[in-house]
Design a protein around this ligand. Structure first.
Ligand code: SAJ
Length: 417
């Protein structure tokens, strides 16, 4: 039987998934963003991802984009689930809307796959009731929650090779889903209940957030105790069962900074989860306090932010810690300039390296873009030569030879009380 798949949401997860399925099935990609639909139907890609253009070229005959849902055998929801910032609660409006778009087309024997990350219980409490509103009961159609765990920057490779969890409504759904995914997934497919799969996804990212939080706390203690925390972490990680992650200026991205809140919104047991979030969200404040000590004495400091993307070598700045750092500096009367070779659109102007550093008092490296390693410090026309590397990626010897005073987050020189 020829299977047709309708993918709703053509973002960083939905589009690569649609194109991977298009290797074996007819796929229609649906997005409410008309520009994305047009771009794809013109044979272009709305964003870059390693290997995506080659894959798109290969499957063009099996794929088309549309603004409306079409009849299909499988409907896959890969729309965003942002956080309602003020309430710290998952915003399921896009998931609800996708389910509403599918419901009138749903027929017996179809399958609905929810890939979007949701709070535990959202499938049974929100999604399935919407899908079943026209009389079709779960069981008459298959339902699975199959969360994605591919990391931006290596999406296609990880979508193919990572093991995946399939949270199935019933055994028939598990079999149907594993059959479809095995068309491109080389990794193992483990089935479980829907709610367990929802929780496993949140555990993965929450575990990472807590792991980053303890690394950040160690970094602040390194400055306090006069220890270079980077040396200490390297040594501690020599232990066969220790893996301390990298400290940084805070946690960004649309996942790690968001998903733990999907647990705190409903559970009354989330103490470490909430504490880790506050430690990571407070890192920009700590970074700013160090910057303040470095530019001490300048009445109207000018600082240069190297990188506003949420992590190295990507153009995505969602939930970037850079934004909080910029606001803190602005609220103290600093002039803030930004240099980021990857990000094109941002709420603040992004200037050239020369413009961003001219007459500046301090460069603050926030994002670990590889390109920053190639900057020649002797070419920069700074007013005061200060550098604060919050990612420990620069050769500070080179910068010190060019007359810079260098500080690395957690390197043990306590610049502030
Ligand atoms: N970060 C640190 N120190 C570290 C690692 C990361 O400060 O040692 C920071 C990064 O700079 C960034 C943030 O944390 O600001 C998140 O970066 P990330 O690379 O850890 O996470 P994402 O959001 O790019 O991808 C994560 C991945 N989840 C896990 O690794 C458990 C990915 O597998 C998920 O698919 C993705 O979230 C998602 O979409 O859920």
């Amino acid at each position: 039987m020829t299977v047709k798949i309708c993918v709703l949401g053509l973002g960083y997860i939905g589009l690569p998934t649609a194109l991977l399925f298009a290797q074996h099935y007819e796929v229609v990609g649906v997005d409410v963003n008309e520009k994305i639909v047009q771009t794809l139907n013109n044979g272009e890609l709305p964003f870059e991802e390693d290997g995506l253009s080659e894959l798109f070229e290969k499957v063009k005959d099996n794929f088309h984009a549309a603004s409306e849902v079409e009849e299909a055998d499988v409907f896959l929801i890969a729309v965003p689930t942002p956080l309602e910032e003020a309430l710290k609660i998952a915003d399921l409006k896009f998931v609800r809307s996708a389910a509403e778009m599918i419901a009138p087309h749903l027929q017996a024997g179809n399958m609905v796959i929810l890939e979007s990350t949701v709070s535990p219980g959202a499938s049974e409490n929100v999604v399935i009731p919407i899908l079943s509103q026209y009389g079709l009961k779960p069981g008459e159609y298959s339902y699975v929650h199959c969360p994605e765990r591919a990391i931006p920057g290596k999406t296609l490779h990880e979508m193919i090779h990572n093991d995946r969890v399939v949270g199935a409504y019933d055994p028939k759904s598990a079999t149907f889903a594993k059959d479809i995914y095995s068309s491109f997934v080389v990794g193992n497919l483990y089935d479980t209940t829907v709610r367990t799969a929802e929780f496993v996804k949140l555990m993965e990212n929450t575990y990472r957030d807590v792991s980053i939080a303890i690394a950040n706390e160690f970094a602040r203690m390194g400055d306090e105790f006069g220890i270079n925390i980077w040396d200490a972490i390297t040594l501690a990680n020599l232990h066969p069962r220790v893996n301390i992650l990298n400290p940084g200026p805070g946690v960004g991205g649309h996942c790690i900074a968001i998903d733990p809140w999907f647990l705190t919104e409903t559970s009354t047991k989330t103490r470490m989860v909430s504490l880790a979030r506050s430690i990571n969200d407070n890192m920009p404040n700590y970074v700013h306090s160090v910057v303040r000590s470095l530019v001490h004495g300048e009445q109207k400091p000018v600082i240069t932010i190297f990188g506003v993307a949420y992590k190295g070598n990507v153009d995505d700045w969602r939930a970037t810690p850079a934004l909080k750092l910029i606001r803190l500096a602005e609220n103290e009367g600093y002039t803030v300039r930004i240099f980021d070779p990857h990000v094109t659109t941002f709420p603040y102007p992004i200037t050239s390296l020369e413009e961003a550093t001219r007459d500046s008092d301090c460069i603050v490296l926030v994002t670990d873009h590889n390109l920053f390693r190639d900057v020649d410090p002797s070419s920069l026309q700074m007013r005061n030569k200060n550098l604060f590397d919050t990612r420990n990626i620069l050769d500070t010897g080179k910068w010190e030879d060019a007359g810079f005073t260098c500080k690395t987050l957690g390197n043990g020189t306590d610049n502030n009380s």
